[in-house]
Design a binder for this molecule. Structure first.
Ligand code: HDD
Length: 735
């Protein structure tokens, strides 16, 4: 579906109401009524909106001023309750298209199997903990929720950017959220897990340890929503035409790879540009750098259910890709920004229980609990069961049922018959048999005693946390330790800190000792914190104990799975009057050709004159930007320009900070002097006057006689690698 057609989805808003000819007439009337004039909600043209109607120009306001009353009333009601979790989010429209029809063997869901269909989607990315106005770059899980407007109805894949979850049973969700949200007495801290209540809860919940490792990792501070993977988390079911079921896990992989910020940068961005991730997504879509994600599945045959050493129904576990490889099935492209944040991004309502034929639930107790929560919370947000009629929520597939009335009903159901079965309405709306697309729930055999318990097969809380730790690269391990120093360093209770160290010691003694160093408590000996869950031993658990497992996986580390590309990377060009125009032009052109964007940063806004008289306009002044807003920096040669930069504290800080944040830096000739002044240490530079180019630890330097093309080629390689952690040894942030 192309852009124009996608727009059609947005415009569908009015379609619900204007299917009859009276409403078409109304639309026509509205179109003819020259809509440049402001009107009231009743369509009456407004002659003056600056002043309210008064009894004399110094007198009291008059109630008969219907324009004032309506305008004020509308404004007073312009908000709805924010989401209890995932309040802060950003959305984009796009489409999903399967590569081929190979998934037909496993599912009858047409949108996953027909390569000729582009299914419209709306995606909302979010943080979990913070309020609607909180900063984007906080350490948190990111929501990754996708609504597929399929021909067979809406399917929602409501996932996160991490594959496990904190808890195994939905009954703990309220406790988890209470613990991580700001304290109830003083509403502090905003959008952060770093306080006693969260770590108190986590330290009493051994089942959260795997997820805790992910949250302490760089996955929790993504560089961009575009550079983030997504996971369906639960094991779901795929059902094929013959009714055969298989277990499935869903994965989104960003085509730009998964990349992170560094913690110091994330914290500074929260102040300097709290909208960092939202702006990045918006601007990328506006510029045509459409974010793309590959959808893959891991499929497990029903007979293999007990062949792993973890339970497929346990949402705190992932399936290592060594045991079940990913099967790529299609691509999602986000190519259109919402036109109205409130109407679309705020009012979109997801539900992990919105399924289409071919996809079904499992008995994962977390998933089962979610099936209740989402519709319940939407009722709180919209105060009406009619939220499904909102344009962003209404399916492309035609809706036809006897549901009617209620707050804000839009659809005008006609006739007298609103019950089923009926003869007066010709038996309509009719039931759809399975072969006509009717949804038939998978007939899983269920049989058990009523019991408030979990299967013993859920009772291993450390193996996958250890697997995660063992699979990290050295820099990633260090970042986890630093994150723990911060998070637990903010915890006042030493007892809680120590309990967490106890858990870390069960994950890895190396981890526990490294964390212990920074938080002032000893690793406890013989630590044992039993889970508060009620685990029941059963046959399944015995079989699973002997199941397949791995000690290390290649697929959880961002570093090991890095995709190298310069596309959409932001490069700051630091210059002042007197720069080398020819060099800037060549480098800028080459960067843009490689898909990066290059922006000129100077002390002040205005035109900057080169040594040969050409002029370039400054995009950002130092006061309005900072190195944290770029992926790389480039300082062109030019004696006067370099002399000026050497005297600018902001420019020196810019370079120093980018260096400490492990970002690529490129310069030539006299620019090397700026690197020296900015304490770019432990890196080999080219001789300033030579013809050499040297790339060392992401710092690319060229002598004044070097070929610009050789410099740009190496600089682009350095940019593609994103961060150069090998500098971190000596130079670790804060900058
Ligand atoms: Fe949830 C929102 C993802 C467990 C209850 N959840 C919400 C959103 C995402 C997730 C992405 C935001 C949707 C949007 O952008 O509007 N939630 C997850 C994942 C979970 C998970 C991946 C674990 C696998 N959630 C979970 C549980 C419960 C909830 C166990 C309750 C039993 N989640 C909610 C909610 C929210 C929500 C309270 C708040 C706003 C909304 O639903 O629409 O119902």
């Amino acid at each position: 579906m192309d852009n124009e057609e996608m727009k059609g989805k947005g415009e569908k808003s009015s379609v619900n109401v204007n299917e009859n000819s009276k409403n078409e007439q109304l639309e026509q009337y509205r179109a003819d009524a020259k809509d440049q004039y402001m009107t009231t909600d009743q369509g009456v043209r407004v002659s003056h909106t600056e002043d309210s109607l008064k009894a004399g120009s110094r007198g009291p306001l008059l109630m008969e001023d219907f324009h004032f009353r309506e305008k004020m009333t509308h404004f007073d009601h312009e908000s709805i309750p924010e989401r209890i979790v995932h309040a802060r989010g950003s959305g984009a429209h796009g489409y999903f298209q399967p590569y081929d029809d190979t998934l037909k063997e496993f599912t009858k869901a047409k949108f996953l199997t027909d390569p000729n269909t582009k299914t419209p989607v709306f995606v909302r990315f979010s943080t979990v903990v913070g309020s609607r106005g909180s900063a984007d770059t906080v350490r948190d899980v990111r929501g990754f929720a996708t609504k597929f407007y399929t021909e067979q109805g809406n399917y929602d894949l409501v996932g996160n950017n991490m594959p496990p979850f904190f808890i195994q049973d939905a009954n703990k969700f309220a406790d988890l959220v209470h613990a991580i949200k700001p304290d109830p007495d003083n509403e502090i801290p905003q959008a952060s897990a770093a306080h006693d209540t969260f770590w108190d809860f986590a330290s009493l919940m051994p089942e959260s340890m795997h997820m805790i490792m992910w949250v302490l990792s760089d996955r929790a501070i993504p560089r961009s929503f575009r550079m983030m993977d997504g996971f369906g988390v639960h094991t779901f079911r795929l059902i094929n035409e013959a009714g055969k079921a298989r277990f499935v896990k869903f994965h989104w992989r960003s085509k730009l790879g998964a990349h992170s910020l560094v913690w110091d940068e994330a914290q500074k961005l929260a102040g300097k540009d709290a909208d960092w991730l939202r702006r990045d997504l918006w601007e990328a879509v506006e510029m045509g750098h459409y974010p793309e994600y590959e959808l893959s599945v891991q499929i497990v045959e029903e007979e293999d259910e007990f062949k792993f050493d973890f339970d497929l129904l346990d949402a705190t576990k992932l399936i290592p890709e060594e045991l079940v490889p990913l099967r790529p099935i299609g691509k999602m492209v986000l190519n259109r920004n919402p036109e109205n944040f409130f109407a679309e991004t705020e009012q979109v309502a997801f539900h992990p229980g919105n399924f289409v034929p071919g996809i079904d639930v499992t008995n994962d107790p977390l998933l089962q609990g979610r099936l209740f929560s989402y519709i319940d919370t939407q009722l709180n947000r919209f105060h009406s069961a009619n939220f499904g009629e909102l344009p962003i929520n209404s399916p492309l597939a035609r809706t036809h049922n006897n549901q009617g009335a209620g707050f804000m009903r839009h659809t005008i159901n006609k006739g007298k018959v609103n019950y089923w079965p009926n003869t007066l309405g010709g038996g309509c709306p009719m039931m759809a048999p399975e072969n006509m697309g009717g949804y038939v729930h998978y007939m899983e055999k269920v049989d058990g005693r009523k019991i408030r318990a979990r299967s013993e097969s859920f009772n291993d809380h450390y193996s996958q946390a250890t697997l995660f730790w063992n699979s990290m690269t050295e820099p990633e391990k260090k970042h986890i330790v630093k994150a723990a120093h911060f998070e637990l360093g903010k915890v006042m209770s030493k007892e809680i800190r120590q309990r967490m160290l106890g858990h870390f010691s069960k994950i890895s003694m190396e981890l526990a000792e490294m964390v212990s160093e920074g938080i002032g408590v000893e690793v406890p000996k013989n630590f044992n914190q039993e889970s508060t869950g009620n685990y029941e031993n059963n046959e399944a658990s015995k079989t699973m104990k002997k199941g397949k497992s791995v000690k290390e996986t290649q697929f959880v580390s961002m570093e090991k799975n890095k995709i190298e590309t310069a596309v959409s990377r932001k490069v700051a060009i630091l210059l002042e009057d007197g720069y080398d125009y020819c060099e800037v032009k060549q480098v800028k052109d080459a960067l843009e050709k490689a898909g990066a964007s290059a922006k000129i940063v100077s002390k002040f806004h205005g035109m900057r004159k080169s040594s040969t008289g050409e002029e370039l306009e400054t995009d950002k002044s130092h006061i309005t930007t900072g190195s944290i807003m770029y992926d790389a920096i480039y300082i062109p040669d030019g004696e006067k320009s370099i002399e000026a930069l050497l005297k600018e504290g902001d420019a020196i800080h810019f370079v120093n900070e980018a260096f400490k944040h492990c970002k690529p830096i490129g310069t030539s000739g006299g620019g090397i002097r700026l690197l020296e002044k900015a304490e770019v240490l432990g890196v080999e530079f080219a001789d300033k006057t030579s013809g050499n180019v040297i790339s060392n630890k992401g710092v690319v330097t060229a002598g004044s006689d070097a070929e610009a093309s050789e410099f740009t080629a190496q600089f682009i390689v350095a940019i593609s690698k994103h961060r150069h952690w090998d500098r971190e040894e000596k130079m670790m942030v804060p900058a």
